[in-house]
Design a protein around this ligand. Sequence first.
Ligand SMILES: [Zn+2]
Length: 520
Amino acid sequence: MLMFIKSHALVSSILFMLLLSGSSYAITYDLVIKNGRVIDPETGLDSTRWLGIQSGKITKISKSYLQGTKVIDATGLVVAPGFIDLHAHGQFLPSARLQAFDGVTTALELEAGVLEISKFYNNIAKEGRPINYGASASWAMARATVLDNASYNGVPGEVLGVFKLPNWSTKLATQNQQTEVIAIIEKSLNAGALGIGIMTGYSPNSNRKEYYKLHKLAAKYNVPSFNHIRFASSLEPKSSFEAYQELISVAASTGAHAHISHLNSTSFRDIEDVAELVLGAQKQGVNISVEAYPYAAGSTAIGAQMFRGTNWKERLGNVSESDFSFNGTTLTAQSFKTLQEEKPSSIIIFNYLDPEHSDKDQHLYEISQLFPNGAVASDGLPMIDINTKKVISGDVWPLPKSAKTHPRAAGSYSRFIRQFVKEDKSLTLIEAIRKMSLIPAQILEKSVDQMRHKGRIQEGADADIVIFDFSQISDRATFTNPVLTSVGMQAVIVNGTPIIENRKLIKSALPGKPIRRAIK
Ligand SMILES: [Zn+2]
């Protein structure tokens, strides 16, 4: 009897020493995510796991118990890499918080871009962000600097000012002016810009050679260009199809990686032919990537050139004024005309497809959304307070009822899961998550090392993680109520720190980091 007690004590003490000497039980992680359905789109993992997080990284993925200083119970919930938005114009604190409820852990301004790059990163770092942030170099602003004598201070939202300037958007640049524009972009790339944002769509008559030279520069620096293509029309000449051909030609000729922003809203009812053209170029080895936002309505200024001219309605796929709304009210031919004449900068909603009432339009909608290896990106615009007419910025939360924007700023990612995984069942959950996390990371990772550690749930990856209830996840934002937060996000973690927990925003948590290329 005495012997038995002694040996039992011996076994216990050996076990205790083993624990101390480095078996996994001995490690206490900063944060443990317990027992969730862990999905990693790169390795194909879709199984119950525990995650151990230390110093902002996922350091352990285990089938069994891990010990943590803090533990989040994910039993019955999906644990996936945080969503990466390549097209986020709302580089403001309230916009970032709104997107956090939609599962976005990295939001980048790549299509419009910013100037000056260093000032932009400094401005955001000073205020702090719950999610990661970054930007490309803005061709529109570089062009406005040279052709309109504009100057910029890296203030978020500053790019909206270009729409009031006359020259950059209408004039050809001389050789010298083109050289100056390219020099501004090159300086921005050396300051760590993530690529070149090129909105030829808002300057359709700008130089073809300038567009080509921008891609030569992109190739030299091995960064992508992010393109709002030159034309928006189903009719030739000056068709969307022609604009995509131009993009393909410069990518093929220079070897640059050209990224197509919002494939959906620059293709309209011509998407079948456009998709075939782009897929064909990709098959030939031309380096092109694609994104779309999951709505059949766009949003821009009513004064834009695409809504002018004799046959503009035909060019946009036979639309009519009643396909437009302003502040929730459907426009008529007369109210459209009045608004365009009197307040051309008014941001309208434009229903370019009608999938609810037309099977054909639903089919066209799906082509852009399910494009092979296409990313989901929001194209989210800043929120405007319709009482003050100002952008909603600063430490504002909850959002005022007077906040207006396109609902894509609030609901793109949850909506994509709702529409294509839960309702249409055209994608599995892991495929949808791949389009929202891994694919956008891969679009950037050849030029930005940081992105190799994002979009993945793997040991060594950054702990940017969403934990959500699949049965409940959904967008709520609508065109009349556009800033309602998405639902179903139990927790959102950025660089190891929860910013949403128990479905509530932690206002003081600002763990977002800059995503930036090395500075030369
Ligand atoms: Zn755009």
